[in-house]
Write a protein that binds this ligand. Structure first.
Ligand code: CP
Length: 319
């Protein structure tokens, strides 16, 4: 597929969440990501799709995968990049979040990638900036590019329509869970959320998912598990008695893989905690797609940047 073909399925000037996207828009992003994967063919060739575009990474929260892959994706497509970290910035002198973003934008930035601990922070930037804004994770709300790379990884192995996917773990604090629920359901998958009752909000059923509190009871029926990290940094108070008990009840082990459906796909957004949400033999075993997810993250982010850059150019031309 050529980039121009994806142009007919514009995703708009910003990418703030999966909730706002249609199935057709999600599919267009995944198709373009696949196109970039084929075009790169394992190499490090530089393309020129983002020639003349400046991309700023504004990260107000730690990141390894998302930050690195957005940076690399922008450079692979020929963009200039600016990398901003909140630590060591003028935020410590009292500059606000929005003033910081406006300052960076004033240096000629076209696209802003934003991660922030506050839900809605990228949406606030989208209201204040002329630049296109990509949400790289906002608190417990959404992490759209993570869900897109998860869906691409699943789609490379199975038809998503009719698939049964379990999101296991800390659903309450997970932006990855929310983005995956929206995306997978739009593409026709059935989603089960599974974890301790204290980590599954009652309102989650309003999103149309099934709820399970016992991983062993659903193992034989699911095609894919996405193992979410227990987000201790977002928790106030204890949600389960001990890590050992959590790992015993909800950790994916070799023994559980043997009782699961043949060919179970094992995903984890990372960072992974070996021995908590999964054991090392599962993380490094044949069912694990964890590093495939990371690789796909690069192509998904190339696709998202490319689609938003087209929108920027269109807006520039129309004055
Ligand atoms: N999955 C994910 O968002 O990882 P990082 O926090 O390392 O970006």
């Amino acid at each position: 597929m050529r980039v121009a073909e994806a142009d007919t399925k514009s995703i708009g000037p910003d990418l703030l969440g999966i909730e706002e996207l249609s199935a057709e828009q999600i599919t267009a992003i995944l198709d373009l990501a696949e196109h970039y994967r084929e075009q790169m063919n394992g190499g490090t060739e530089k393309l020129d799709d983002l020639q003349g575009i400046v991309v700023a990474n504004l990260f107000f929260e730690p990141s390894t995968r998302t930050r690195t892959s957005f940076n690399l994706a922008a450079r692979r497509l020929g963009a200039d990049t600016v990398d901003f970290s909140s630590s060591g910035s003028s935020l410590s002198k009292g500059e606000t979040f929005v003033d910081t973003a406006l300052t960076i934008e004033a240096m000629g930035v076209d696209l802003v990638v934003c991660r922030h601990r506050t839900p809605g922070a990228p949406h606030m930037l989208a209201r204040h900036l002329k630049a296109g804004v990509l949400n790289a994770g906002d608190g417990t709300h959404e992490h759209p590019t993570q869900a897109l790379l998860d869906m691409l990884t699943i789609r490379q192995r199975r038809d998503i329509r009719g698939l049964k996917v379990a999101l296991v773990g800390d659903i309450r604090h997970s932006r990855v869970a929310r983005s995956n629920i929206h995306g997978l359901q739009k593409l026709g998958a059935k989603v089960i959320v599974c974890g301790p009752a204290t980590l599954i909000p009652r309102t989650i059923t309003q999103l149309g998912v099934e709820v399970a509190y016992n991983l062993d009871e659903i193992l034989s029926e699911v095609d894919c598990v996405n193992l979410l990290r227990v987000q201790f940094e977002r928790q106030r108070g204890a949600f389960f008695p001990s890590i050992e008990e959590y790992a015993h009840l909800f950790g994916m082990t070799g023994e559980r893989i043997r009782r699961a459906k043949e060919g179970l796909l094992v995903l984890a957004p990372g960072p992974i905690n070996r021995g908590v949400e999964l054991t090392p033999d599962v993380a490094d075993g044949p069912n694990s797609l964890i590093l495939n997810q990371v690789t796909n993250g690069l192509f998904v982010r190339m696709a998202c940047l490319s689609l938003l850059a087209q929108e920027r150019r269109r807006l520039r031309q129309s004055g």
